[in-house]
Design a protein around this ligand. Structure first.
Ligand code: AMP
Ligand code: MG
Length: 422
């Protein structure tokens, strides 16, 4: 983390708040992020979606015993002939959870199932498809190798070694892995507290009728949803009118109770001025015009100990700026490590896209497989920054970089999926 203050960093020579490239804004914010303090011990089910605060060491060898990777027979590898069949006598069975108590001697074998303990004396398993049983005499095909199909104790993980590193977010696979080690509790970071409010005289909360020129506040709902999905503790501070005294009180209160403060609206030209002078009094905040669409105005800074993200007011801009700037920042604050950007890949665009060079656009798209099996993407229709349906109908962003101009049908474009599988 940089020791520079936000104000010092924003005085760098190549820093232009009126045309801030997306990557530069992201990198600027990341200089000031460090994981929050605070750890809690929780039963593993409650750790789902949370970030491990400490390395989890395996208390056991995995697998805990030498076992078979196949259904078949276990024997001494040295007994198997290189040429021609080998016939051995079956002296018992070893099923998963029901080991064979005896020892395998020369010219003997034990029927074994996947996961069954490989009995003492045996070092090799031949799969049943390579064997012919007649009573207790089992004939094995040639070409077997000593040691095959045997999983050694500790082969996947040795007792005492790191099973999961601090910083890992617990997903269903991690829950299963922890359970497989017999670990019932883990240390996770405390939840990140994020306070948010909407600003605007035109905003009404649902449940109240709309007067002329008024609209329902939708940003508080999308922000709530995005924060919940990330596993944050959310503090909804409602709608705050465009009144300097009320806003100042709301900012101060939010920064007092939360690790992060997110607002929507009020950072665009015209509105920003009184917000700017107020935030300069309360903390250190920079205001940018990002070279992107949607989501041009954006503010970032510190108010007291809290990180502040001032998102634009338009509903689609809120979501785009959240995913492109806030999401990764919150993950870093939550202690997640490493934080990797949501991957992008290319698909063929089937429609013509209007695009001006000099800014990054995040159009909302629908990614499908075309008739030849290749990935295709089309925009979700009207792309206005107030049209939430363009986001709701989408399963991906179509990311058009600064240098890109209009896109003709058949061109490869970069896409970023909105949903992952876990
Ligand atoms: P602003 O950035 O405050 O100038 O707002 C830009 C546009 O977004 C205006 O049309 C606002 O009415 C609209 N807007 C601002 N906040 C919200 C909100 N919370 N929910 C829905 N629309 C909003
Ligand atoms: Mg406003």
């Amino acid at each position: 983390m940089s020791t520079l203050t936000i104000t010092q960093a924003s005085c760098a020579d190549d820093y232009d708040p009126n045309s801030m490239p997306v990557d530069k804004a992201r990198a600027f914010i990341h200089q000031f992020l460090a994981p929050i303090e605070g750890v809690v011990r929780v039963p593993i089910r409650s750790a789902l979606g949370r970030v491990l605060a400490e390395d989890v060491l395996s208390p056991v060898d995995v697998p805990s015993h030498r076992n078979s990777a196949m259904d078949g027979w276990a024997m001494r590898g040295a007994d198997l002939k290189a040429e021609g069949e080998t016939t051995l006598q079956e002296i018992g069975v070893s099923f998963a959870g029901k080991p064979f108590a005896g020892k395998v001697g020369p010219n003997q074998c034990v029927r074994i199932m996947t996961g069954g303990v490989v009995p003492e004396g045996a070092d090799t398993v031949v799969m049943q498809e390579r064997a012919k049983a007649s009573g207790k005499s089992i004939a094995f095909a040639p070409g077997q190798k000593t040691g095959q199909n045997v999983r050694e104790a500790g082969e996947d993980l040795k007792a005492g070694s790191v099973a999961l590193k601090a910083g890992r977010t617990v997903r269903p696979a991690e829950l299963g892995l922890l359970a497989s080690l017999g670990v019932g509790e883990v240390s996770v970071r405390r939840r990140l507290r994020v306070a948010f409010f909407s600003t605007g005289d035109e905003l009404k909360s649902i449940g109240t009728p709309l007067g002329e020129g008024e609209i329902y506040d939708s940003n508080r709902y999308t922000i709530y949803g995005m924060l919940e999905r990330l596993g944050c503790e959310v503090l909804d501070l409602g709608v705050v009118r465009d009144d300097p005294a009320l806003l100042e009180r709301a900012f101060a209160e939010a920064a007092r109770v939360a690790d992060v403060v997110i607002t929507s609206g009020g950072v665009s030209v015209g509105e920003a001025d009184f917000v700017k002078s107020m935030l300069a009094r309360l903390g250190e905040v920079v205001f940018w015009k990002i070279a992107m669409k949607p989501g041009r105005p954006l503010a970032y800074g510190k108010i007291g100990g809290a990180h502040f993200f001032g998102l634009p007011g338009n509903p689609v801009s809120v979501m785009v700026t959240f995913y492109q700037f806030v999401r990764d920042a919150l993950l870093v604050l939550m202690g997640a490590h490493p934080v990797t950007p949501v991957p992008t890949f290319t698909a063929t665009c089937t429609a013509r896209l209007k695009k001006a060079p000099g800014r990054t656009e995040f159009q909302r798209g629908v990614l499908t497989r075309g008739p030849n099996g290749a990935l295709e993407v089309r925009p979700t229709g009207e792309q206005g920054s107030g049209i939430l349906k363009s986001m709701s109908d989408a399963n991906c962003f179509i990311i058009l970089g600064d240098a890109t101009g209009n896109v003709e049908p058949g061109t490869a474009v970069e896409v970023q999926l909105l949903e992952g599988i876990v």
